[in-house]
Design a protein around this ligand. Structure first.
Ligand code: TUI
Length: 314
């Protein structure tokens, strides 16, 4: 059985977190992942307190297992969402796209386990000192907002710098990735892209089909000049965006273009105008499965490899 300290800390059976994908990770997907023994995560994204409260209640009607809420720190509703997780006694808060320091004291006092997503050793150190339970070290292979370092480079450096558990994210979609993450010193993994095609994932059919068809070089990072680098599938939208970015379009124009594009992909399946956030590992994602099948495959694949690993040593 693949287990680590993070399983005991969070009360989960399997060290698999589902990524808090904006506009995608809702109560349907998160409850299915938690029921499967992993950590399902509802993405608060740019939604307000009422929406999040509704999702938390829906999740709790489907599972009594532990779950998390991802607080996207660039959201205009971050302050009210930060209070909802306290009022609703959410067991785990994962944060992304910023530094959650200003909320940490209140969350810790409310008994919430706080697991920030970091893309650098520097922020990881700051958040360990601020009382983080663990961190997710997310490499630039990931879909969505990304930092500079790759998973292979980032994870062992964060592991060496901290004394709390590290969860690896970015480029992990099967047992090989999970086993590799453990070899780098991680105690668990966070997986986004593979869960996009889960049966319980409510994202548009167009999105799922595009992920299933994606290859190794189907994604591109745009927005580095705006300070909000985002990895998406290459589409007409990213081609136009990248051209404008390279041609020196004003940052306000680029930000304006990006606004609403993820919703257009996730909810409307609008291929021409949508931003289909997706990790580099999409080329490995080739079948629709239930969340339980995905969690089981990730874990059993890693167990088999880790048990056989000593055969490499003469
Ligand atoms: O947050 C994510 N992934 C996301 S958020 C998102 S919504 C969005 N849409 C358009 C533009 C921007 C965001 C889609 N995907 N992953 C975690 C993550 N956090 N990746 C990188 C970071 C990060 C980057 C810089 C965290 C902190 C940071 O610096 C904070 C500081 O103040 O030092």
């Amino acid at each position: 059985m693949l287990r680590s300290e993070i399983c005991d800390i969070l009360g989960i059976e399997k060290p698999v977190f589902q990524g808090g994908m904006a506009w995608i990770a809702d109560a349907s997907l998160a409850s299915a992942v938690s029921e499967a023994g992993g950590l399902g995560i509802i993405a608060a994204m740019n939604a307000n307190a009422d929406w999040l409260r509704g999702q938390i209640h829906e999740l709790r009607s489907k599972t009594d297992k532990p779950f998390g809420v991802n607080v996207m720190l660039m959201s205009p509703f971050a302050d009210e969402v930060a209070q909802v997780v306290i009022d609703e006694q959410v067991p785990v808060v994962v944060t992304g796209a910023g530094n959650p320091s200003k909320y940490m004291k209140a969350w810790r006092e409310a008994g919430i386990k706080v697991i920030p997503v970091v893309a650098s050793v520097g922020l990881a150190r700051i958040l360990e000192r601020a009382g983080a339970t663990a961190v997710v070290a997310e490499g630039g292979e990931s879909g969505g907002h990304v930092g500079e370092a790759s998973t292979m480079a980032l994870v062992p450096q964060v592991v060496d710098a901290l004394n709390i558990p590290v969860i690896a994210a970015g480029g992990i979609a099967d047992g090989r990735g999970v086993a590799a993450a453990f070899m780098l010193g991680a105690q668990g993994v966070q997986v986004g892209t593979r869960f996009l095609v889960a049966e319980e994932c409510t994202v548009s059919e167009e999105y799922k089909e595009r992920v299933l068809k994606a290859k190794d070089i189907s994604t591109i990072v745009t927005g580095r000049r705006t300070g909000h680098a985002v990895r998406c599938l290459k589409t007409p939208f990213t081609t136009t965006f990248a051209k404008k970015e390279n041609d020196g379009a004003p940052i306000e124009e680029l930000e304006q273009m990006g606004a609403g594009a993820l919703r257009k992909a996730a909810k409307d399946g609008n291929y021409d105008e949508g931003s289909f956030m997706c990790g580099q590992i999409a080329g490995l994602v080739s079948q629709r499965q239930t969340a339980r099948e995905i969690v089981d495959d990730l874990v059993s694949g890693a167990e088999k490899l880790l048990l056989e690993a000593s055969s490499w040593v003469a």
